[in-house]
Design a protein around this ligand. Structure first.
Ligand code: HEC
Ligand code: HEC
Length: 511
């Protein structure tokens, strides 16, 4: 079969609504040949003398030597499939919930309802009355989070996604409670596809299997997700990506569901989701252009206050000990740290910063205990509760991204904190026995009251007890930083430079 005949199918796609999506926005539907060029497929594919009948797309790969251009089309299709599925509300009841409902680009890929952020924090599910137990983190920049491998001499947890890293991305679980892993079974003998798509397997792909069947989230079976996608206006993207029609039979739906998850991971790995387009990124890139290898902070593109925030972040305030993927222990000069253009502002490991209990999260368990999974390796302290309260360090990219000024975001795993200002004040003064707390007159809140809100605590100038005492970071690297109010404000100003400047819009067919 000649590769030319495969063009017919691609040509026939041009008549479908997908065509408009695959092409650049600026290209009108009449310009079909250009579309082909834009998608990386040679215009010669659209031979006029091509026969009418459909040619199986899989022949683009099987039996034919694939070209770089057909690879591009595959990958583009996979990512766009993931984008459609991310924005589509695939749930039971229908059209109630999609990934987008809890991970909105306009709020830095977190929860878009500020009434809920102020109150119960946990996202409601598709089913009326079903509510989660923990705050949706950002899903952007998660592509760079490593597999859970167990790190250091003790093999302690590091990597994986979810607040407790349980989407480990490994073939076999490293720690108890790991979620199902998507293995190379999705390639089913398609070794060329494996070469192309294997990079998207890992924690984020494993994660994508979880929200659909979860009764507190999208509440829809794997089979029903498959059927939904097979009937969706974007179903052809599945075929373009995987080289075969989506199979939703009893024998085939699970594989198709996993391939949809791989598509979600591929889109979440795209430059659209991971933009590195913030003020900090731009200022750094501009400085690199000017200074080359001699680049260092302060940056000309940042204000004096933002530059001071950076210096404190990588220096005296210890933030970069946990919020950096660079090894920044014992930084001699904080102005020479934090220069990685790909800085993710997380070490991808787990710490307990002593967040107070959030009594507003419904459910008998509240947020207690979340974040800790039993270790399979011998625990150094032989104490099963030791890790309670540890959560994965979240990225700080987009931490201040919000749809409008005054929109309230919730911070940390249980959303107890409602502002960056109060959280940074907490980092500075959380050790109520420390000198900084004393200087600010901060005390321990009345421990007989167990439902302190942030507003009440700020009004009483006190911090409630940490919900979990295991391996608290307070008293070590945080809680007594000796920062002035102006220095706290500088750190907040720096955090605000980490907001991506473009906001991803829903794909046209779903608007
Ligand atoms: C009802 C709200 C809700 C929906 C719908 C939802 N999520 Fe989430 N998402 C969450 C919450 C809550 C967490 C954290 C859960 C945990 O850690 O136990 C999370 C975690 C994640 C993470 C991990 C990020 C990290 O760095 O740890 C990714 C990635 C993600 N979601 C992607 C998705 C995708 C893809 C979909 C759609 C298939 C989706 N989410 C649907 C609420 C939601
Ligand atoms: C010991 C490691 C550690 C240090 C030091 C640290 N952080 Fe964190 N940070 C974390 C962890 C872990 C969380 C999540 C905690 C949770 O949810 O319980 C977090 C959460 C945050 C959040 C909330 C992000 C979100 O999406 O909810 C912000 C903002 C933040 N840190 C900023 C800072 C700043 C600024 C500093 C320095 C003043 C700092 N952190 C120091 C580990 C650390």
């Amino acid at each position: 079969m000649s590769i030319h005949t495969n063009a017919i199918v691609i040509g026939s796609l041009l008549a479908s609504p997908i065509a408009g999506f695959l092409q650049c926005d600026s290209v009108e539907p009449e310009d079909e040949p250009e579309l082909i060029a834009d998608t990386g497929v040679s215009a010669e594919f659209a031979a006029d003398d091509a026969p009418e009948e459909e040619v199986p797309l899989e022949s683009l790969f099987d039996g034919e030597a694939p070209t770089a251009r057909s690879f591009n089309l595959r990958e583009l299709s996979l990512k766009q499939l993931g984008k459609f599925v991310f924005f589509d509300k695939i749930s039971v009841p229908a059209k109630k919930q999609g990934c987008i409902s809890c991970h909105d680009p306009a709020t830095g890929w977190t929860f878009p309802n500020d009434k809920i952020n102020k109150g119960q924090v946990a996202a409601p599910g598709a089913v009326l009355g079903a509510v989660g137990t923990i705050r949706p983190p950002s899903n952007a920049y998660a592509r760079n989070i490593p597999l859970q491998t167990g790190c250091g001499p003790l093999g302690l947890p590091c990597g994986g996604v979810f607040w407790d890293g349980r989407a480990e991305g490994n073939v076999g679980p490293v720690f108890a409670g790991a979620t199902t892993h998507i293995d190379d079974e999705v390639f089913k003998g398609k070794s060329l596809l494996e070469d192309l798509f294997a990079e998207f397997l890992g924690p984020v792909a494993d994660q994508a299997l979880q929200p659909f069947p979860n009764p507190f989230e999208q509440n829809i079976s794997a089979k029903a997700v498959c059927t939904h996608v097979s009937r969706a206006p974007y179903a052809l993207l599945y075929r373009l990506a995987w080289g075969e029609k989506i199979d939703c039979t009893n024998a085939g739906f699970m594989l198709s569901f996993k391939r949809i998850a791989v598509a979600l991971a591929a889109w979440q790995a795209s430059d659209e989701v991971n933009q590195f387009s913030s003020k900090r990124d731009k200022a750094l890139a501009a400085e690199v252009k000017l200074e080359g290898a001699n680049v260092a902070f302060p940056l000309k593109g940042l204000t004096a206050q933002e530059n001071l925030g950076h210096e404190l972040f990588y220096g005296r305030a210890n933030c970069a000990l946990c919020h950096s993927n660079e090894p920044v222990l014992a930084v001699a000069d904080p102005n020479k740290a934090g220069l990685d253009p790909d800085e993710l502002y997380t070490d991808a490991t787990f710490h307990n910063i002593g967040v107070p209990r959030n009594a507003k999260i419904p459910g008998p368990e509240g947020s207690a205990g979340l974040g800790a999974r039993p270790l399979v390796i011998p625990d150094p302290d032989d104490d099963p509760t030791r890790r309670l309260g540890q959560h994965k360090t979240p990225t700080l990219r987009n931490v201040d991204k919000r749809p409008y000024k005054g929109f309230v975001k919730a911070y940390t795993h249980n959303g107890w904190f409602k502002s960056l200002e109060s959280l940074v004040h907490f980092y500075n003064t959380a050790d109520v026995d420390g000198a900084t707390a004393a200087a600010f007159g901060v005390t321990r809140c009345d421990t007989t009251k167990t439902d302190w809100t942030e507003a009440e605590a700020l009004a009483a100038n006190c911090w409630p007890e940490p919900e979990e005492q295991g391996t608290l970071a307070i008293g070590f690297v945080m809680g007594d930083l000796g920062l002035t109010l102006a220095e706290e404000a500088a750190i907040v100003a720096y955090l605000k430079t980490l907001t991506d400047t473009k906001t991803v819009k829903p794909p046209p067919l779903l608007e």
